[in-house]
Unconditional design. Structure first.
Length: 178
């Protein structure tokens, strides 16, 4: 598929019909592994103004998705490859729910939709994760709130410590199926 780069982490389609193949998935993973922030996103929509935002996202296991919440939009994850825990927090940073996600072969939850503004992040359990993310647009960065109790990406030592602790806490937190 032909794409155009918005930046070193985001690709947009360069043709009206968007299709995603196994080869595209492998390419997206390779790009994520070579990227400084260890992530790569292929947008299926053609601009940030689209009312429907669909993306294929590849993350390396050491990518940091800072805990955040969306004030005015829902978000869904459909796992294509790999496994991760979707971790939900209260406003003080306490884990309130862990949802093990995985591709179809894993036997874990393959789809999850967050319809309320709740702090969340991903803890990867495989070397890479590929998922289809859908949300409503238009994209407005100011409608995403980062948690005040999590470290900024600019502090890699604090991020590493936070993620190590979070991985252990998430593993110990009972799966909640409600």
């Amino acid at each position: 598929m032909k794409t155009r780069a918005l930046n070193n982490e985001v690709l947009y389609p360069a043709e009206p019909i968007v299709h995603f193949t196994h080869a595209d998935a492998e390419n997206l993973k390779t790009q994520a592994l070579q990227n400084a922030r260890r992530r790569m996103r292929l947008c299926a929509h053609h601009s940030d103004d689209n009312p429907l935002q669909e993306m294929i996202v590849a993350l390396a296991s050491d990518a940091y998705v800072r805990p955040h919440k969306h004030l005015a939009r829902a978000e869904s994850y459909h796992i294509i490859e790999g496994q991760a825990d979707l971790v939900l927090f209260d406003d003080a940073g306490k884990i309130v729910r862990r949802i093990p996600l995985g591709d179809y072969a894993s036997g874990k939850c393959i789809f999850c939709r967050l319809a309320e503004p709740v702090f969340h992040t991903l803890v990867l359990r495989t070397p890479t994760l590929i998922f289809h993310e859908t949300t409503n647009g238009p994209f407005r960065r100011e409608e995403t709130v980062f948690s005040p109790w999590s470290p900024a990406e600019s502090d890699p030592q604090a991020v590493a410590k936070f993620m190590q602790n979070l991985a252990a806490l998430a593993s110990a937190h009972a799966e909640n199926r409600s």
